[in-house]
Ligand binder design. Sequence first.
Ligand code: SAH
Length: 358
Amino acid sequence: MNALTSRIAHLIRMQGPISVAQFMSMALHDPELGYYATHDPIGARGDFITAPEISQMFGELLGAWIVQAWRDQGCPTPARLVELGPGRGTLVADALRAAKLDPEFLKSIEVVLVEMSASLRQAQAEKLKAAPVAIHWFDKFDESLTDQPLFLLANEFFDALPIRQFFFTERGWCERRVGVGQSGELVFMLSPAPVPLHLPHERGAPKAGDVYEVCPSGEAIVEQVASVVSDKGGAVLIIDYGYTDVGFGETLQAVSQHKYASVLDNSGESDLSTHVDFAALARTAERSGAKAHGPVDQGALLRALGIEQRAERLMAANPDHRDAIASSVERLVSPQAMGTLFKALAIVPRHASKPPGF
Ligand code: SAH
């Protein structure tokens, strides 16, 4: 058992079983031993690869999307461009390069990166050394970011937030918790008493063994950013793997070195993530006064934004890289790769026009 697992087991012995959300927070964010403090998660040498790391076209097209949304709303000045969980900084670097086509946009925006990991902040600063605008860092999206129109990107951020899980039993919905087993190892268990849950009716009636997941921190962030968009203007684009209201199933997974790993063993050594409940995020955005569009499939969005034409131009300029460019388009849009598993949700003010690709 590694040091972080013993630390979690000790806490459980002192205070009783903890929620899956608390377990995920400790495994991912323990300041000393957590996954983000001890790993460089993204890339060939890391544990997983993300869309902006596959091709520069991803960030360029999203940059053009943001500039278009800003123009559609009458070029508000000043405005803020925020990215949640920027990883290695590749998406925002590519987006800002594409945004150079509109110097007025660059003059009007302040760029804020929301990142908790010190080592990833460093990687972002390095990647953005030559950025055309000043960059500011925040640990979390807070009150001080609510006073201006907000243009916000989040790719593979919401899947990293802690979730609570509920299992349907003959007693009703019981919360799944993490406890300590006979030989001192971490084990899943269920709360003895059922908890009252109000499920969206689209889900239908649950049966024994069904699992329902909620992401309270993800909903809280969407509530906050959607209120800003509704009050001050702006546009939010959330891209992630996820689902809408269909059935019940567990999605929590651990990944290490590009392979699935155990969720409870060796805490802090693998990335923990879940599929994003887009229907819940869309409902939260609308309850906060904004308009949600989508989710649409990532493949459909990138095609609508012109990934194929962009690829043609890149291939003409770099004939040696033809095959690599074609295969990266394939990875981003094909249903066998990321094209349909990944989805995009847009949040705009209620009276704003429909954003491109939705
Ligand atoms: N968007 C990037 C990285 C995805 S990995 C890409 O597409 O490549 C998830 C990112 O979110 C990392 O940068 C991680 O450090 C950050 N992150 C995870 N949980 C966070 C939290 N609660 N607050 C701020 N950043 C967080």
